[in-house]
Design a protein around this ligand. Structure first.
Ligand SMILES: NC(=O)c1ccc[n+]([C@@H]2O[C@H](COP(=O)([O-])OP(=O)(O)OC[C@H]3O[C@@H](n4cnc5c(N)ncnc54)[C@H](O)[C@@H]3O)[C@@H](O)[C@H]2O)c1
Ligand SMILES: O=c1ccn([C@@H]2O[C@H](COP(=O)(O)OP(=O)(O)O[C@H]3O[C@H](CO)[C@@H](O)[C@H](O)[C@H]3O)[C@@H](O)[C@H]2O)c(=O)[nH]1
Length: 461
């Protein structure tokens, strides 16, 4: 029986391994982590992450061929294939701080693999890492090899949160990079056989190691660039009377552009886009390519601009001050169908509003109060468990996550219980602005023609 061990039981390690387990009943999969609370949660009825469909998959195979454990060394020693799915955040100190990937967790995992292994291993980079990381990992492993043969593969993960299970069941592609040696190719084949249990062969792409590593950073950079492009257009739409949804639809009909990922928003968030672009920028700089680095930096600058533009719009619309005014924030997660708040634009927007002395009341169906307070640290806000409660007595409502339930709220009830004039600032284009205007709201929708009130307010930039 092939045995797989995955180091790191996070948003990637947990769901990816659960799907491998359910699709490959003859493979034993053990997910290990140094965090006991996380492993305990994976072994309980309340999983540590919210992801539609995940509970069913985990319940179907946990205890059969899927296990979660803190006994990292034992399971690493026993495994044939070791996935490493530890976090690779942006470095906060030292050389490359604010840009480079922090590979501390990766390096310690590699050293531990070298220490405990007694048989040949295939080590798979599942985390997103800088291009050429496999070379460094190879050095760590082979320096302590004790005659053991290690093959390093790059198998980046492309799942998006909120649709992780769907993405894993039907991936657009699985990418496997390996050394162009007989041993490397044999390892590529072994991993390919795992995915071939459910992914059509045509969707499994094999490349050299560096192409696989770089493709992951490139894919995220291209995706984020699309959002910054449409968000840049949204500012121009507001200035000219064009409608960003119409523009997106029109350009998306061009099959070379395609319709997906063209939704204007208050800005992109999530643990990956900013981190991976900063990492790309750093790699470009280290390779003496400042023009390329500056090109990608601009994607992040537009994202920052979009978030501050939104805050400025709120404040300027409300007579240039929100001091002492109650502002309801609907949605705190970085996108719908997840409880994840990493790099969520809501953090910047809330900090901006509190900075202008607003009394912010936040509701999100999946994010805990504890998490929100942690994210906002020194900024005093209140967190409530009901959208109507958040909006009661408010001067303005900001919609920051596109949760489906925000489309179905009783906006007449909300209007009746708000201060007048009552404002809605829709950072995700989820509400029917015309209907809300008929009720009496003043509505701002990202990238849409401005209503009369907003046109008369000072320009925001
Ligand atoms: N979150 C996503 O949607 C997503 C998608 C694709 C790729 N990625 C990439 O995958 C990687 C993991 O992301 P994530 O969101 O799952 O992170 P995460 O923080 O949710 O999980 C990482 C886990 O690794 C554990 N860990 C760290 N060092 C360890 C060690 N030495 N031994 C055992 N466990 C250890 C941590 O305790 C943590 O539970 C990152 O590189 C990320 O960029 C993330
Ligand atoms: O048209 C769009 C699409 C997305 N977003 C925002 O962009 C952010 C990222 O969304 P999404 O990409 O759907 O979620 P992630 O889970 O961050 O997934 C991205 O990052 C992962 C981690 O690397 C990759 O694996 C995925 O392929 C990649 O889509 C979120 O704040 C979204 O609200 C928009 O504003 N407009």
């Amino acid at each position: 029986m092939v045995k797989i061990c995955c180091i790191g039981a996070g948003y990637v390690g947990g769901p990816t391994m659960a799907v491998i387990a359910i699709k490959c009943p003859a493979i034993e999969v053990v997910v290990v982590d140094i965090s006991k609370p996380r492993i305990d949660a994976w072994n309980s009825d309340t999983l540590p992450i919210y992801e539609p469909g995940l509970d069913d998959v985990v319940k179907a195979c946990r205890g059969k061929n899927l296990f979660f454990s803190t006994d990292v060394e034992k399971h690493v020693a026993e495994a044939d294939i070791i996935f490493v799915s530890v976090n690779t955040p942006t470095k906060t100190r030292g050389l490359g701080a604010g840009k480079a990937a922090d590979l501390t967790y990766w390096e310690s995992a590699a050293r531990m693999i070298a220490d405990v292994s007694k048989s040949d291993k295939i080590v798979v980079e599942k985390s997103t890492v800088p291009v050429k990381t496999a070379e460094a990992i190879e050095k760590i492993l082979t320096h302590n090899s004790k005659g053991i043969n290690y093959q390093i593969l790059s198998n980046p993960e492309f799942l998006a949160e909120g649709t992780a299970i769907e993405d894993l069941f039907k991936p657009d592609r699985v990418l496997i990079g390996g050394r162009e040696t007989p041993g490397g190719q044999k390892a590529v084949q072994a991993l390919k056989e795992v995915y071939a249990h459910w992914v059509p062969e045509a969707n499994i792409i094999t490349t050299n190691l560096w192409s696989a590593e770089l493709s992951k950073l490139a894919a995220n950079a291209f995706l984020a660039q699309r959002i910054s492009s449409v968000n840049a257009m949204s500012a121009l739409c507001e200035a000219t009377g064009a409608n960003v949804s119409e523009v997106s639809y029109a350009i998306g009909k061009d099959s070379r552009i395609g319709p997906k990922f063209l939704n204007a928003s208050v800005g992109f968030g999530g643990s990956c886009f900013q981190k991976d672009i900063l990492n790309l920028v750093y790699i470009c700089e280290c390779n003496g390519l400042p023009e390329v680095a500056n090109y990608w930096k601009q994607v992040i600058k537009i994202n920052d601009y979009q978030k501050s533009r939104f805050v400025n719009r709120v404040v300027s619309s409300m007579f240039n001050t929100v001091s002492g005014k109650k502002i309801a924030v609907l949605g705190f997660a970085f996108k719908k169908d997840t409880g994840d708040t990493r790099e969520t634009p809501a953090i910047d927007v809330c900090k901006g509003l509190v900075g202008d002395k607003a009394q912010v009341s936040i509701y999100d169906p999946q994010v805990t109060e504890e998490q929100i307070q942690r994210d906002l640290a020194m900024n005093k806000v209140s967190v409530v468990w009901d959208a109507y409660e958040a909006c009661k007595g408010a001067h303005g409502v900001c919609i920051l996550t596109e949760w489906d339930e925000f489309k179905k709220l009783d906006y007449q009830k909300i209007f009746d219980n708000m201060q007048k004039p009552a404002f809605v600032f829709d950072g995700r284009n989820v509400v029917d602005a015309e209907k809300l205007r008929e009720m009496g709201f003043i509505v701002y929708s990202i990238g849409k023609p401005l209503d009369g009130w907003l046109k008369d307010m000072p320009a925001v930039a």
